[in-house]
Write a protein that binds this ligand. Structure first.
Ligand SMILES: Nc1ncnc2c1ncn2[C@@H]1O[C@H](COP(=O)(O)OP(=O)(O)OP(=O)(O)O)[C@@H](O)[C@H]1O
Ligand SMILES: [Mg+2]
Length: 344
């Protein structure tokens, strides 16, 4: 959710403490299937949906102004929002051109801008998502689109689907919401709590437990320290509740501030220093057999260096060279070597 302070800093909402003024400003197209309208207003019918393609210069200006004008909320008729600390914009693509969904139409993609003062964040996240897929994790399609030399991270929305030619919103719930934990406390839920949430809520609990275990190991290997409880979600669909595809995967380890994992693994916060005793404790805490934990680590650590190399080549072919990828490859080489040293 957009924070009150950011809206206050925009200066155009005088009573930001009132949740309803925020909803009025940004509640039209949110995470999941939530769309909020003023009392008495009816949600627009699909026949009214429209799309406005943005010219490159216009988009570049919008992106530059996002810190002061989150979600373009000062523009009449645009009511978009999403959670998270980074500047982002729900968008739609037509013929690979970025635009805004209008008149109640659901956005189909999310755009994230480079983070100021951290090098190569767009390339980093794109690479890690591409690598995640090669490692067998379920992730949405991602790509980089450059606008006036600014690289933008574009991800397909997993909380949307096409039905009879129309985009439909799907219900999603992140783990803070599912656990009834305030978003401000997103770093407090622990791995054992998340695993037991999956066990209690997922319609395919064995499959989702395995998927989440793979995510924990993947995050450790790539050095993603920011895997907090709002970075994992459920989709509530026709077939019940299942883990959503994974998102917000990047190697924070290449940046100076972010070495400690958001959630401890067996009591440890530095993945590269974790020893078998930590994974034994993790296994006890999460009720996952140690043998399965060990096998998952060995299989993934064994595979990831080669897959990172393949992903790097694929990335360079698509987008050209990016120095941050070399740093991520080094992190992966070190972390996988450390883990294989213990377990092979
Ligand atoms: N591909 C996607 N499809 C649907 N919803 C998404 C997708 N990616 C992100 N979201 C939603 O948007 C929210 C914010 O996205 P994301 O975690 O990528 O942003 P962030 O600003 O990097 O977050 P953080 O605060 O963790 O750094 C997520 O919690 C999720 O609800
Ligand atoms: Mg996030």
């Amino acid at each position: 959710m957009l924070t009150n302070s950011r809206l206050v800093s925009c200066g155009w909402i005088t009573s930001a403490a009132f949740v309803f003024s925020m909803i009025k400003a940004v509640g039209g197209d949110c995470a999941g299937a939530v769309s909020l309208f003023e009392d008495g207003a009816l949600p627009p019918k699909p026949a009214m949906y429209s799309h406005k393609t943005l010219a490159d210069d216009h988009l570049a200006k919008i992106i530059k102004e996002l810190p002061e004008n989150p979600f373009m909320a000062d523009q009449a008729g645009i009511r978009l929002s999403l959670a998270g600390a980074q500047e982002k914009l729900p968008v739609s693509l037509k013929d690979n051109k970025i635009g805004i969904s209008m008149n109640g139409a659901p956005s189909s993609h999310i755009l994230k801008t480079p983070i100021k003062d951290l090098h190569g964040t767009v390339e980093n996240e794109t690479f890690c998502m591409m690598l995640a897929r090669r490692m067998g994790l379920l992730v949405p399609d991602v790509k980089i689109i450059k606008i006036n030399e600014i690289p933008l991270y574009i991800i397909d929305r997993y909380d949307r689907k096409i039905e009879n030619g129309q985009i439909i919103r799907l219900i999603q719930e992140d783990f803070c919401q599912a656990l009834n934990v305030n978003a401000q406390l997103k770093y407090t839920p622990t791995l054992d709590v998340c695993f037991s949430l999956i066990r209690n809520e997922s319609a395919v609990q064995i499959k989702d437990t395995k998927r989440f275990l793979q995510l924990v190991v993947f995050n450790g290997l790539i050095g993603n320290s920011d895997a907090h409880a709002k970075n994992i979600s459920f989709i509530h669909g026709e077939n019940g509740t299942i883990l959503a595809p994974f998102y917000d995967l990047l190697s924070t380890y290449v940046y100076p501030y972010a070495k400690k994992m958001a959630m401890k693994v067996g009591g440890g916060r530095h993945f590269q220093f974790l020893e078998p005793k930590h994974f034994e404790r993790f296994s006890k805490d999460t009720l996952i057999k140690y043998k399965i934990v060990k096998e998952t680590i060995v299989t993934m650590a064994d595979k990831i260096v080669g897959e990172a190399k393949n992903t790097t080549e694929e990335f360079f072919d698509l987008y050209g060279k990016s120095p941050v990828l070399n740093e991520i490859n080094d992190v992966i080489k070190n972390s996988s070597k450390e883990k294989l040293k213990f377990f092979s």
